[in-house]
Write a protein that binds this ligand. Structure first.
Ligand SMILES: Nc1nc2c(ncn2[C@@H]2O[C@H](COP(=O)(O)OP(=O)(O)OP(=O)(O)O)[C@@H](O)[C@H]2O)c(=O)[nH]1
Ligand SMILES: [Mg+2]
Length: 747
C-alpha cells in the first residue's frame, strides 16, 4: 500500500475523503449513517457490508465525502470484501481516490485485537483517528477505559462513541474536522533491523521485476503475507515471487522469527505496550451470560429444537396475524374496481385495462403486503438480537457433510429475505470455488417474493380443508423445500464440478444485543416500501403487457361463435329448437345473460395471444397437472415470480370467472374445472396441483434481478447454468409432487 496520494475523480473537485475502516460488526455502518444521514444497511453479525458506500458529511461550510467499507481484521486480505478495503486504502478503486483521513472504528470491548488493523494502516502512512465505538457495551461489562491516555499513547484523537444512540458523534465530527486540517499520525511500530534488511533485499529484487517503485508498506505486505496481493499490482508472478521471497524471509527467520507469524507477534507487542494501563477490567469478570445462552442455543439437539420452534412460530404468525389486514386490502381493491368500472363504463377497453388489468393485477399482489411486513419484522428481530449467527452455526454443523464453506450460511440465511443481497454477501468467502458453490445455491433459499405464492395456494386449498394449524405447517415446510434441495445440489457441485475442500466455520459470534424497535420498524417499512414500489412499477408494467396479451386480438366472430355454442347448449338443456334458444339468450334473462357473458369472456381469453401461447406450452407442464392458465402464469413469471399472482388475477377476471360478489381470486381458482380431455369436468386445482405449483416456484429461478446478480458476481455462463439447473429442478420437482400426490389421492 502506498501513502495517500491525491488522485481519482473526486480529488479533482477538491472534495476531501474520509474512510470508515475497522473490524467486522463494530458499528461502522451505524456511524456512517449518523455522520451522513443516510440509511446504509446494518445488522448484528459480521459481514453485513460487502461493498463500499459513499455519503456526504457537512462540516460547517465544507463537505467531506465519507466512505463506509466492509469489515476487515487485517490488511492481509483474502476474501473479495476485504480486498475492497485494501484497494480503497491504497487509492486503487476507480473513481474513489485514496483517503485523506481514516476513521478507525474500534470495538471498545476488544481494543487490543481491533488496534491491529489500525496499527497496520498507520504503518502504511495513512493519517487516522480512532472512534472508540460500543463504549456502552464496554461499560456494561465493567470495563473502564481511559480514552485520554489511549489518545496520548496513540498520538491521535480517540473519540468514545455509541453509534446507536448518537453519543459522541458530535465530538467525532469535530475530530474529523480538526484532523482534516492537521493530519494525525498514529505512533508507528518500530520494526527490528532484520525486517529492514529483508525489505532491502526484496526491494532490490522487485523493483527491476515490476519496473516501478515499491513503497515500504508494500514491501512489508509482500514479506509478511502468505499470499501477498500486492504482487498482482506489481505484475510479479508467483514463480518469480517464490525465488525472491525465499532469501528475504530467511533473513527474518535467522533473526529468530517465523516470517508468517512475525508481523502479528511484533504488532501485538507494540499494541500491548501502547495499551498498558488504558483498560481496567473488573476484578472478577462478570460471568458471561451469553456463553451459557450460547450453550443452549447452539446445542446439538436443544438448539435445533429451539430453532424449529422459533421458525414455526414465525410462519404461523405470518399466516394468522395478517388475515385482518389482508381482508381490508381485499375490500379496498373491490372498491377501486367498482369505482373504475363505474367511471369508465363507456369505454369498455379502458375499463377492462384499469379494472381487470391494473387494479386486479397490482391489487392481487398488494394483498400480501401485511405478510411481507411481518416476515421482515421477524428477520430484523432475529438478526439484531444476534440469533441469526447462531442459526448459521447450527446449520453449519448440520450440513457440513455437503461440503459447504463455513462462511456459506450467512449468505444463505440472508437469501431468505432476498437472493440478491444473499449472492452479494457471498463475497465474505475467501475460497473462490466455495464462493461460487454458495452463489449457485443461494437462489434456492425461499425468498420473500415466494411468500405470496405460497400464501395464495395454501389459503385457497390447505386452510379451507384442513384448518389454520396445517396451513401454518405447510407454510413452514415450504420454506425448507429449497434448503433441502440445495444441500445435495451443493454436495454434487462440490464433488464433481468445483471440488472444494471442506472448511471450518469461521463466523465470529456477535454479542447478544437488545434490538432497537425503531431500527426494526424502519427496516420493515423499508422492505414494505420496496415491495409496494415493485408492485407499482415492474409488476404494474408486466401486468399491463399481460393484460394486453390476454385481451387481444378481439375479433367479433369469437363472441358470435360463443353465443351460438351456448345457444346449442341451452337448447339441449331445455329441449327446445336452437333458434328458439338463440332468441331466449338474447332476451334479457338475468341468469342466462350472466352465463353467456362469462362464456364470451372465456372464449376471448382462450384465443388471445397469451391463451394461444399457454396452450402451446401447456403440454410441457401437463405431467405436473398445470392447465393452460397456470402455464400462462408460470411463463409470465420468469422475469419476477410474484407476477403469477397478478397474472392469475387478470386471467380469471378477464375470463369472467371471478366471483363478482367477493372478487376473490381464491374462489375463482377453486371453481376452475378442466374442459375436455381425460380430466374433463374435474377441478383443476387439487391439493397435488397446489403443491406442485408451490414446489415449482420454490425451486425455479424466476427472478431477473438474481440472474443479473449471479452474472455480476461470477460470469454469464454461470448465471445461465444457475438459471437452467434451477428451471430443470423445478420442473422435476413439480412433476414428482403432482404424480406422487395424485397417486396418494391428494385432491
Ligand atoms: N450497543 C451498541 N450497539 C451498536 C453500537 N454501534 C453499532 N451497534 C450495533 O452493532 C451491530 C453492527 O452494526 P453495523 O453498523 O452493521 O456494523 P459494521 O461495522 O458496519 O458491520 P460490518 O458491515 O458487518 O462489518 C448493529 O446491530 C448495531 O445496531 C454501539 O455503539 N452500541
Ligand atoms: Mg457495515
Amino acid at each position: 500500500m502506498t501513502a495517500p496520494s491525491r488522485s481519482g475523480d473526486s480529488a479533482a473537485a477538491g472534495t476531501a475523503r474520509v474512510f470508515l475502516v475497522g473490524n467486522p460488526n463494530t458499528g461502522k455502518s451505524t456511524l456512517f449513517n449518523r455522520l451522513t444521514g443516510l440509511r446504509q444497511r446494518v445488522g448484528n453479525y459480521p459481514g453485513v457490508t460487502v461493498e463500499r458506500k459513499t455519503g456526504t458529511l457537512r462540516l460547517g461550510d465544507r463537505e467531506v465525502e465519507v466512505v463506509d467499507l466492509p469489515g476487515s481484521y487485517s490488511l492481509a486480505a483474502a476474501s473479495p470484501d476485504e480486498r475492497v478495503v485494501i484497494d480503497a486504502l491504497s487509492g486503487r478503486i476507480k473513481g474513489l481516490g485514496a483517503p485523506d483521513l481514516v476513521v478507525c472504528v474500534v470495538d471498545a470491548t476488544n481494543i487490543q485485537r481491533n488496534l491491529f488493523l489500525a496499527s497496520q494502516i498507520a504503518d502504511a502512512g495513512v493519517p487516522l483517528i480512532v472512534a472508540l465505538n460500543l463504549v456502552d457495551s464496554a461499560r456494561r461489562s465493567g470495563l473502564r477505559i481511559d480514552a485520554e491516555l489511549l489518545s496520548k499513547r496513540l498520538g491521535v484523537p480517540v473519540v468514545p462513541t455509541v453509534a446507536v444512540t448518537g453519543e459522541g458523534v458530535e465530538a467525532l465530527r469535530a475530530a474529523i474536522g480538526w484532523a482534516m486540517e492537521f493530519p494525525p499520525r498514529m505512533t508507528a511500530i518500530r520494526w527490528p533491523a532484520c525486517v529492514g534488511e529483508a525489505m532491502g533485499r526484496l526491494r532490490e529484487a522487485l523493483v527491476p521485476l515490476s519496473g516501478g517503485t515499491v513503497s515500504d508498506a508494500e514491501l512489508r505486505r509482500v514479506l509478511f503475507d502468505s499470499e501477498p496481493v500486492v504482487l498482482e499490482r506489481l505484475g510479479v508472478s508467483r514463480e518469480q515471487a517464490a525465488t525472491v521471497l525465499g532469501p528475504a524471509r530467511d533473513v527474518v527467520r535467522h533473526a529468530g522469527f517465523n516470517p508468517l507469524a512475525a508481523e502479528a507477534l511484533l504488532q501485538y507487542e507494540h499494541i500491548g505496550a501502547l495499551l498498558e494501563g488504558v483498560v481496567q477490567a473488573p476484578e472478577r469478570p462478570r460471568a458471561s451470560k451469553s456463553e451459557s445462552v450460547d450453550r443452549v442455543l447452539t446445542h446439538r439437539w436443544w438448539g435445533l429444537a429451539i430453532f424449529s420452534a422459533l421458525m414455526y412460530l414465525v410462519f404461523q404468525s405470518i399466516y394468522t396475524w395478517a388475515v385482518p389486514a389482508m381482508g381490508a386490502i381485499e375490500v379496498a381493491k373491490g372498491w377501486a374496481q367498482g369505482l373504475a368500472s363505474g367511471a369508465l363504463a363507456e369505454f369498455p377497453m379502458l375499463e377492462s385495462l384499469v379494472a381487470d388489468g391494473i387494479v386486479e393485477g397490482v391489487g392481487a399482489m398488494l394483498i400480501f403486503l401485511p405478510q411481507i411486513l411481518i416476515l421482515f419484522f421477524f428477520i430484523a428481530l432475529l438478526e439484531d438480537t444476534g440469533y441469526m449467527a447462531r442459526a448459521a452455526f447450527l446449520m453449519d454443523r448440520l450440513f457440513g457433510w455437503c461440503g459447504l464453506n463455513g462462511k456459506s450460511f450467512v449468505p444463505l440465511l440472508s437469501s431468505y429475505a432476498c437472493a440478491v443481497p444473499g449472492v452479494l454477501s457471498a463475497r465474505v468467502i475467501e475460497d473462490p470455488k466455495a464462493r461460487l458453490a454458495t452463489i449457485l445455491i443461494a437462489p434456492l433459499m425461499s425468498c420473500s417474493a415466494r411468500l405470496p405464492v405460497y400464501v395464495l395456494m395454501i389459503g385457497a386449498f390447505v386452510e379451507p380443508r384442513h384448518g389454520p394449524f396445517w396451513a401454518g405447517v405447510a407454510l413452514f415446510a415450504m420454506h425448507f423445500v429449497g434448503l433441502l434441495v440445495a444441500l445435495p445440489v451443493a454436495a454434487l457441485l462440490n464433488r464433481f464440478l468445483l471440488r472444494t475442500r471442506p472448511q471450518p466455520f469461521l463466523l465470529e459470534m456477535p454479542p447478544y444485543r437488545v434490538p432497537r424497535l425503531r431500527d426494526i420498524l424502519w427496516r420493515m417499512a423499508e422492505r414494505g416500501w420496496e415491495f409496494v414500489w415493485r408492485a407499482g412499477t415492474v409488476i404494474l408494467a408486466i401486468t399491463v403487457i399481460i393484460w394486453a396479451m390476454l385481451y387481444f386480438p378481439r375479433p367479433p366472430e369469437v363472441a358470435e361463435e360463443a353465443r351460438r355454442a351456448f345457444a346449442a347448449e341451452v337448447a339441449a338443456e331445455r329441449g327446445m329448437a336452437r333458434e328458439e334458444a338463440m332468441g331466449m339468450i338474447s332476451g334479457g334473462d338475468g341468469e342466462l345473460d350472466a352465463r353467456l357473458g362469462a362464456r364470451i369472456a372465456a372464449a376471448y381469453v382462450e384465443q388471445s395471444l397469451m391463451g394461444r401461447l399457454g396452450r402451446a406450452v401447456q403440454p410441457v407442464f401437463d405431467l405436473a397437472g398445470f392447465d393452460w392458465k397456470i402455464t400462462v402464469g408460470v411463463v409470465a413469471s420468469f422475469p419476477a415470480r410474484e407476477v403469477i399472482i397478478a397474472t392469475l388475477g387478470v386471467i380469471y377476471s378477464l375470463g369472467g370467472d371471478v366471483d363478482e360478489a367477493s372478487g376473490d381470486l381464491r374462489a375463482a381458482m377453486a371453481a376452475e374445472r378442466w374442459a375436455g380431455g381425460p380430466r374433463d369436468g374435474t377441478p383443476v386445482f387439487t391439493l397435488s396441483v397446489a403443491f406442485a405449483i408451490m414446489v415449482f416456484f420454490a425451486l425455479c429461478q424466476q427472478c431477473g434481478a438474481t440472474v443479473a446478480a449471479v452474472a455480476q458476481e461470477t460470469n454469464w455462463r454461470w448465471a445461465l447454468f444457475s438459471f437452467c439447473y434451477m428451471t430443470a429442478l423445478a420442473w422435476i420437482g413439480a412433476v414428482a409432487v403432482y404424480q406422487i400426490g395424485t397417486s396418494l389421492g391428494w385432491v
